[in-house]
Design a protein around this ligand. Structure first.
Ligand SMILES: [Zn+2]
Length: 401
């Protein structure tokens, strides 16, 4: 755990008491990825801090973005550079520093208590999960990505009839070492999918088609809507928490089909089956808040958007605290690749929460006890309950300065 002093200037809301709560509290990042290995050239760095999968789009943006300014403002000083350093100078400095070295300097100041790591995206480019946890000074737990697991199973040459059973046993094995599952059906199809589980005959027929396609093309990518639904339902039936990406993401998805309201039927059908965590959601976070109020098993976060909206994340955070009960809102960074994103995920969250909740406390709308309870739930209490993690480690306030 880092010294609170590294965050004291970060949290500057109008209530000193609320600021104190947000400087110190350890965060459970319930959806995050590891950092990439090796040196990071300027073209690679701007691609890591742009959600577009087009390098030319990242190049066109450079660091002239909300997240780029936030990196230069908040991360630069931790690397020994002036706050607000010019973008080119930051990129120049960064090319001489391996990503692991940058991570070792940035991650401890994030103040994570636990990391729930989605290991299913470009894992071959990333620091191994345990090492990532060591760099951050927090235990790292695994979240299994359902579609990636299905692709592994398809690559092991099952028969069409045997695909469903092979996936179920692979999932049972993977789930033993995991705390939750994740679905990217928003990317591979859309959230307006048929909410009912497909029958086994239908699954076998579609598996046959997919396996033949793999044979012919040599590439394995699950996009068949029937199989995507089957994989999602198989995950749901384990009873483990299922994270479902919604909203803002790269150009693999059609954003207009990533509104979580489109999966209202699936949420009705999974009540009592498994917790469903709507991931990130922007700009549909208000819709997600509605769903979290309506359904007992539905949760949300606004990770990813917090980083990419930079100083405006204060507004996104405020909007995430409208309809959703505070027992249903979780912290996440959804950081991937560049450790700057992990640091900012934490710092912008602390900063935004302090400004938003501090205002309510100062105005007399909330008591400091309302603030304390809500902050503790959102920062980690809800994640610990939903994923069955151990209670927060005891921190002696006298020992933390
Ligand atoms: Zn993610």
């Amino acid at each position: 755990m880092s010294l609170p002093s590294s965050r004291s200037g970060v949290v500057d809301g109008p209530s000193a008491d609320v600021n104190d709560l947000l400087v110190d509290i350890g965060l459970v990042d319930h959806h995050v990825h590891s950092v990439v290995v090796g040196p990071v050239e300027p073209g690679d760095f701007v691609a890591l801090v742009c959600e577009s999968d087009r390098r030319s789009a990242a190049q066109a943006a450079g660091l002239d973005t909300q997240v780029g300014i936030a990196i230069r403002r908040w991360c630069a000083p931790l690397l020994g550079l002036p706050a607000g350093i010019a973008g080119d100078d930051y990129l120049d400095y960064r090319r001489g520093l391996t990503n692991e070295a940058a991570a070792a300097r940035l991650l401890p100041s994030a103040g994570f208590d636990a990391l729930l790591v989605d290991t299913g995206y470009q894992a071959n480019r990333l620091v191994a999960t345990a090492e990532f946890g060591r760099l951050a000074g927090a235990p790292a737990h695994t979240i299994v990505r359902l579609e990636a697991l299905a692709e592994q199973v398809a690559g092991s040459s099952p028969t069409a009839l045997g695909f469903a059973a092979a996936f179920e046993s692979a999932l049972a094995a993977a789930a033993r070492g995991a705390v939750g599952l994740k679905s990217i059906i928003a990317y591979r199809d859309g959230l307006d999918f048929d909410p009912t589980p497909p029958g086994l005959d239908e699954v076998a027929a579609h598996a046959g088609r997919w396996l033949a396609e793999i044979e012919a093309s040599g590439t394995i990518r699950l996009t068949d809507p029937v199989l995507l639904r089957h994989v999602l339902w198989t995950g749901a039936r384990t009873g483990l928490p299922v994270q479902v990406h919604a909203g803002f993401g790269d150009t693999d998805l059609d954003l207009h089909r990533a509104d979580p309201l489109l999966m209202t039927g699936f949420l009705r059908a999974t009540e009592g089956v498994c917790p469903v965590l709507l991931l990130h959601n922007y700009p549909f976070h208000r819709q997600a808040g509605y769903l979290a109020q309506m359904f007992p098993h539905v949760y949300l976060d606004v990770g990813l958007a917090v980083n990419y909206t930079g100083v405006q994340s204060r507004q996104v955070i405020a909007e995430s605290l409208e309809l959703a009960p505070f027992t249903k809102v979780l912290f996440s960074s959804d950081a991937w690749g560049a450790p700057e994103l992990h640091l900012l995920g934490s710092w912008l969250f602390r900063r935004g929460m302090a400004r938003v909740i501090g205002e309510w406390v100062t105005a007399g709308d909330w008591t400091i006890e309302d603030a304390r309870r809500s902050i503790e739930l959102i920062a980690g209490g809800n994640a610990r309950r939903v994923y069955g993690l151990a209670a927060a480690p005891f921190r002696d306030p006298a020992a933390s300065s």
